[in-house]
Design a protein around this ligand. Structure first.
Ligand code: ADP
Length: 530
């Protein structure tokens, strides 16, 4: 008996050492081999819900069989020996198998090759003795172990020992399965955590990207609205999420049809808060709906438009003086007519003025591009405004139209300003040129230089067309021109004030304008003292 206790203790330890359910079955079999003779062992699970008996481990005459070759058997309370054991929960000992199988129910006999025979239809079973032992958990039968012998009958004592071993095996299998389930659960939890972390990271990226990103589900409801989308549209995530996109972005329905999902970007106008934005849309389908990525191209588009307008303007601007030069030169070259010396002079003057105009235009384009590339050196020298203004005016007077008068008022004894002499002269010429050009009916143009506390102030005042207040900032933009009759009549590239502002800024000063439409304009330049 002591040896039996010892055997069971060893068995418990040995079975408990593995957490692989399959390995537990193997070890159980090894333990049996040492204590109870047998020619076959079959361990089956019983699922009380499905009422099906399924083989988990099978060994016949020295061969391990693939358990799946043994067909699952339905529990039949009237039938086979396994079912009887399941029903009673008691072990069953049969030392007369040949007789038993004749008594009804389904019996199978398995040979060492794993061939399954239905018994007795196909002849008598090879097995002489068998014991069937229930595997129990909390009082319920959850499996059956069969031991078969082809030669010797089994004793009650052997049944008792096998019962004890089966109980240990059952506990070890359950433990191994629980462990496996727990491991699977924790793996699933780790996976879920990884997915959540990935999602959070993706959400953070979505928040940080410069493009507006939003997700619209199959019902047209916004499900995601990132920070850039808020910036673009002025609608907060709360305004947008869980609302219909058609409400969030009125006008959406008209443009949505033009956005091809999964294709390249399209640029479309959308009215947002009364302003027309040009937005570039890319759409991709995801599991949860359609994801839109949106970029604001309004300013790029405006610049594009200004650029193409600029090309048209410059070509037009260049063509006019060139036509003048060409016409005058052609006339001078004619041999069939005799030109008066005064006519020749007039034609040569046309050529000279138009050539100046041509070089002015190319100069403006050149300076603007050098400013853009930051390649225009600006000096900071001490500049006395009195002489500089006098020189500039002298230069201007010759090209003043008759109806225009030019008055100059320079406060005496001003200290020198800090500026680039040549660039400052260019600034004055630009402002005076504009004052004259945009005063088509003539009138006074006044240039004043004063010295308020913190620097020198130059103002150029005209009584011309004036500038609507909505345009007063924009006139300093590159290529920007007001659409007036004077502008259309020619004589400008839209670069003058852009260059002027950039030069003033780079000399450390500021420029501004005050103007009233139809009354006149005053441009003010402030520069620091030297
Ligand atoms: P351009 O004179 O070549 O058109 P500018 O950059 O010098 O370009 O000026 C931009 C626009 O600002 C002009 O087209 C004109 O409509 C407006 N503007 C500039 N100066 C005046 C002014 N003194 N009075 C009225 N409009 C002006």
């Amino acid at each position: 008996m002591t040896s039996r206790v010892q055997l069971l203790l060893d068995a418990a330890r040995y079975l408990g050492e593995t957490l692989e359910p399959g390995r537990v079955h193997e070890r159980f079999h090894e333990l049996l081999a040492d204590s109870i003779h047998h020619d076959g062992v079959v361990v089956s699970d019983y699922d009380p819900d499905e009422q099906v008996i399924r083989c988990e481990y099978a060994w016949v005459e020295g061969n391990r069989l693939d358990p799946s070759t043994l067909p699952p058997v339905h529990y039949n309370p009237e039938g086979g020996m396994q079912s009887k054991v399941i029903k009673s929960g008691e072990p069953l000992l049969a030392n007369d198998v040949v007789e038993r199988v004749k008594g009804g129910g389904t019996f199978y006999d398995v040979d060492k090759e794993g061939t399954v025979r239905k018994v007795p239809d196909t002849g008598p079973p090879g097995t002489q003795a068998a014991m069937m032992l229930p595997v129990k958990h909390e009082g319920r039968v959850v499996g059956v172990v069969q031991l078969m012998s082809d030669s010797e009958p089994y004793t009650d004592e052997q049944v008792e020992l096998a019962e004890a071993l089966v109980a240990l095996m059952g506990a070890a299998v359950r433990n191994a399965r629980l462990h496996r389930a727990a491991a699977a659960e924790s793996a699933a939890r780790v996976r879920a955590e990884a997915v959540a972390a990935e999602r959070e990271q993706a959400a953070n990226v979505l928040e940080a990207v410069g493009e507006g990103i939003f997700l619209v589900d199959g019902d047209g409801i916004v499900r995601l609205w990132n920070r850039a989308a808020v910036g673009l549209t002025g609608k907060t995530a709360d305004d947008a999420c869980d609302h219909a996109i058609a409400e969030v972005l009125p006008g959406w329905e008209t443009i949505a049809g033009q956005i091809r999902i999964g294709e390249g970007p399209v640029t479309l106008p959308l009215e947002v808060d009364g302003a027309e934005l040009w937005l570039s849309f890319v759409a991709v389908r995801s599991a949860e709906g359609v994801v839109y990525a949106v970029r604001d191209l309004t300013s790029e588009r405006a610049l594009e438009e200004a650029k193409s307008e600029f090309v048209a303007t410059v070509s037009h601007e260049l063509r006019t003086p060139m036509a003048g030069i060409y016409g005058a030169a052609q006339t001078l070259l004619r041999e069939d007519i005799e030109l008066e010396p005064s006519d020749r002079r007039m034609l040569l003057e046309i050529i000279a003025t138009q050539a100046v105009r041509l070089s002015q235009i190319t100069e403006e384009v050149l300076i603007a591009s050098r400013l853009d590339r930051d390649e225009l050196p600006i000096e900071r020298e001490r500049v006395d405004l009195g002489p500089l203004v006098a020189e500039t005016i002298e230069h201007m007077r010759s090209r003043l139209p008759d109806a225009t008068t030019l008055a100059v008022d320079v406060e005496p004894d001003l200290p020198p300003a800090s500026a680039d002499r040549d660039r400052l002269q260019q600034v004055l010429v630009n402002l005076l040129d504009n004052a004259v050009k945009y005063s088509p009916n003539g009138g006074p143009v006044v240039l004043e230089v004063t010295g308020p506390a913190d620097g020198v102030r130059i103002t150029v005042e005209d009584s011309g067309l004036g500038i609507p207040s909505s345009e007063q900032q924009r006139i300093f933009e590159k290529f920007y021109r007001l659409d007036t009759q004077v502008s259309r009549a020619g004589g400008g590239t839209g670069l003058g004030l852009y260059i002027t502002r950039e030069l003033v800024r780079r000399m450390g000063g500021t420029i501004g304008v005050q103007s009233e439409l139809g009354v006149g304009s005053t441009f003010t330049v402030d520069l620091p003292w030297a």
